[in-house]
Design a protein around this ligand. Structure first.
Ligand code: UD1
Length: 367
């Protein structure tokens, strides 16, 4: 059986790595890895392949950046001949980025079976490009691997045949479980505690420059209470340069995007995380680190029900108040570390092996 994986953007390297590993232990499985090139900077791509011990891609489509239509179309045009030449039995796509929907669309037109890893997540906000990508990819997929029960419910509600849906758990947590001990060894010695860890890259936060400036000013205010470490995504870096002057506070550190292990190390010991990323909401839930999400909605509602994550929307007062409350609670406990895991069912490091079992057990039944 020949399985071809398509990855393109940073969060999906962490999802594909454990699936590649799990499938490599099954006999009779041949694998091909295609990188679309959606993310191309060494800090956004190469370093992840290295730290996650992923094989080098068999093929890099080199599509780079562009508008949504340009990027999606470029992946489709470059991927089609690769699929025609390599003739995989199944293509695995990951997450919700433009590379994901582009690959699913090409496969479905060529009659190649598609498996979607991280299926069924919904924010119900079609203003987010990722929501469009999720809806379409799931409609086009033959195998839908969901991380949690809400994913199954969303898919059934959209009329997807229950026989295609497999609740396997969270592959990103597989990577976290495997690499957390190594990440802890990488904890930088010069980081003062307590600290907040911040990431912001969604268009809704960073493309609205007046809003981004206000957010940054709020982070600067927060840095009077604790250190704030903010690894800056290239998209955000561009926007910050457009804003020009930035608040200079000694305890607010804007740094380059971090490799996986270094970021995970910081996340595991953060007093709080402020983010608009989907994956970080999940990782902080697993790590039991309080997370404030600067969005009006989330496609990962389980992170809210587990009690670690709060949506603060576009309300800076809410952000300030929630951050203060988290810090007061930590001070009352006289600690900033949050031990233990919150225990989401199937977020146990074995999701990729479940996917592999399903694929090798039912190679002819999936369409
Ligand atoms: C993409 C995904 C988003 C995911 C994020 C993780 C879509 C629609 N969005 O957003 O879901 O959360 O990746 O990072 O697929 N750039 C570089 N170097 C790179 C990559 C990007 O400088 O290696 C800059 C370019 O200016 C580019 C911009 O970042 O235009 C945005 O990159 P793009 O891949 O389009 O979207 P992301 O914001 O990264």
């Amino acid at each position: 059986m020949h399985i071809l994986h398509v990855v393109g953007a940073r969060p999906n390297f962490m999802k594909a790595a454990p699936v590649l590993r799990a499938l490599s232990t099954h006999s009779g499985v041949r694998q091909t890895l295609v990188h679309t090139g959606q993310h191309y900077d060494a800090a956004m791509s190469e370093v992840f392949f290295h730290q996650l011990e992923m094989p080098q891609p068999d093929c890099n489509l080199g599509v780079g950046s562009g508008t949504h239509a340009q990027q999606t179309a470029a992946v489709m045009i470059a991927l089609e001949p690769v699929l025609l030449e390599r003739k995989p039995d199944l293509v695995l796509v990951y997450g919700d980025v433009n590379s994901t929907v582009a690959a699913a669309l090409v496969c479905s037109k060529l009659g190649i079976r598609v498996g979607h890893v991280e299926a069924g997540l919904r924010s119900r906000d079609r203003g987010m490009p990722e929501e469009i990508n999720r809806l379409l990819t799931d409609q086009l997929s033959d195998l839908l691997f969901t991380p949690s029960a809400d994913g199954d419910e969303n898919l059934l509600h959209e009329g997807i045949d229950g026989a295609k849906i497999h609740r396997v758990g969270n592959v990103m947590i597989d990577t976290l479980v495997r690499l957390l001990p190594r990440a802890k060894e990488k904890f930088p010695s010069d980081v003062p505690t307590p600290y907040a860890l911040v990431t912001l890259h969604r268009p809704s936060n960073v493309d609205d420059l007046p809003w981004l400036a206000k957010l940054l000013a709020t982070l600067a205010d927060l840095s009077t209470h604790l250190h704030v470490i903010f690894p800056v995504h290239p998209r955000t870096r561009e926007r910050l340069e457009a804003i020009g002057s930035q608040p200079s506070r000694a305890r607010l550190r804007l740094v380059e995007p971090l490799p996986y292990l270094e970021f995970l190390a910081l996340q595991s010991r953060a007093a709080l995380v402020i983010t608009d990323s989907g994956g970080i909401q999940e990782e902080s839930t697993f790590l039991n680190v309080p997370c404030l999400t600067v969005r009006e909605n989330t496609e990962r509602p389980i992170t809210i029900t587990m009690g670690t994550n709060q949506l603060v929307g576009r309300d800076l007062e809410k952000l300030r108040a929630a951050a203060n409350k988290i810090l007061q609670r930590a001070a009352a406990r006289n600690e900033t570390k949050n031990p233990g895991t919150a225990g989401v069912p199937l977020w146990d490091g074995q999701a990729a092996e479940r996917i592999a079992q399903i694929i090798v057990r039912a190679p002819v039944e999936v369409r």
